[in-house]
Ligand binder design. Structure first.
Ligand SMILES: [Zn+2]
Length: 349
């Protein structure tokens, strides 16, 4: 039975790796043609404030860069920045709709613009389903983290110096904070994508995936020694930081970022899977469910499909699968804290 599970996981992972290479469909000539048209449209729109007959309030700038209307206190640079962001977002969206309409008339399937599918906005929210699911997942992470906190500090015995017996408490705290941070920016980004929210979302997601990779090395290999931890953590933090700086200040390369994130994701899944296969941890079945679930969910994010009725795309479904997995994951972490604590207490007695 264990062998069968292995085959399932490993074949799923090999699919993941080959799929990440196959996602270069973006580069075909037709796509380039439409992407180019849409860029011209956005540039024109930012100058004129209009797409076809539709014009936007936010795009009204005077020639010296100050807004034409509005009271003096609204004419601050910050306000101007917001206006530019709104203008850019409106232009991108309506240029995309215009392009999509043309494509639909020609009987062509939707394509991605600026790395995103064309979505139907609801009350100005770009991807309402993904926003709702990110918020739900954030609530689930918060619940998991708080119950972990209560368990280790109030239910389990503490050492004399008031620290927990469990050696990974601090690491899971950072994990909880980074995951909630990335889900918060994910919700913000899905409600409106401008350059700032996009960069914040990508950066915090990379930070979270990078840190969970660190945990996937420290916990299964049971690295408890401070010096050994630094040896593992330092190069990874350096790599993740460099990647974040690259995305923010050099080039927001969707393809490269996808490869980096998928790479870090696959490595941690493999490590957890191998560990789940060899460990005698009492809650290893939870680990199994999460690893297989995450593998399947990752396939969803890689085998991207256009939004159904303009609302639910592969990425939104991925956010949906993350909710029960988050619940089970924190459940495993709590079990792990209990398991390690009781093992350490037995040793000291
Ligand atoms: Zn998302």
């Amino acid at each position: 039975m264990a062998q069968l599970q292995w085959i399932v996981v490993l074949s799923a992972l090999s699919c993941l790796v080959s799929a990440s290479d196959a996602s270069d469909g973006d580069a075909d000539a037709l796509y380039k043609h439409y992407y180019w048209l849409s860029r011209i449209c956005v540039e024109q729109c930012e100058r004129s404030g209009c797409v076809g007959k539709k014009c936007f309030q936010h795009c009204k700038f005077s020639s010296d860069g100050k807004p034409i209307d509005g009271p003096w206190y609204m004419q601050e640079p910050l306000y101007l920045k917001w206006k530019q962001w709104d203008c850019c977002s409106d232009c991108r969206y309506h240029c995309m709709l215009a392009r999509e309409e043309e494509r639909e008339k020609l009987g062509k399937k939707p394509i991605k613009y600026h790395g995103k599918w064309p979505f139907q906005r609801v009350y100005g929210i770009q991807e309402p389903v993904a926003v709702a699911l990110s918020a739900l997942n954030l609530a689930m992470q918060f619940h998991g983290w708080v119950s972990f906190f209560i368990l280790v500090y109030y239910k389990l015995p503490l050492k004399q110096n008031k620290r927990t017996y469990y050696e990974y408490t601090g690491l899971w705290h950072i994990y909880g904070v980074l995951s909630m941070n990335s889900l918060f920016w994910s919700a913000v980004f899905h409600s409106g994508d401008v350059e700032l929210t996009e960069k914040l979302d990508y950066s915090s997601a990379v930070a979270f995936i990078g840190f969970s990779l660190i945990l996937s090395l420290l916990r299964p290999f049971n690295v408890r020694d401070e010096a050994a931890r630094v040896m593992v953590v330092a190069p990874l933090i350096a790599f993740v930081t460099t990647h974040i700086l690259y995305l923010n200040f050099y080039k927001l390369d969707y393809d490269l970022n996808m490869k980096v994130c998928a790479g870090m994701g696959v490595v941690q899944l493999i490590v957890w899977a191998v560990w789940a296969g060899v460990t005698h941890h009492p809650s290893r079945w939870k680990l199994w469910v999460v690893v297989v679930g995450e593998g399947v969910a990752m396939l969803l994010d890689i085998y991207d499909f256009p939004p159904y009725k303009g609302f639910v795309d592969a990425h939104a479904l991925w956010h949906a699968t993350a909710i029960p997995l988050t619940y089970l994951w924190w459940n495993f972490i709590r079990d792990d804290a209990e398991f390690r604590t009781s093992a350490l207490l037995k040793k000291t007695k």
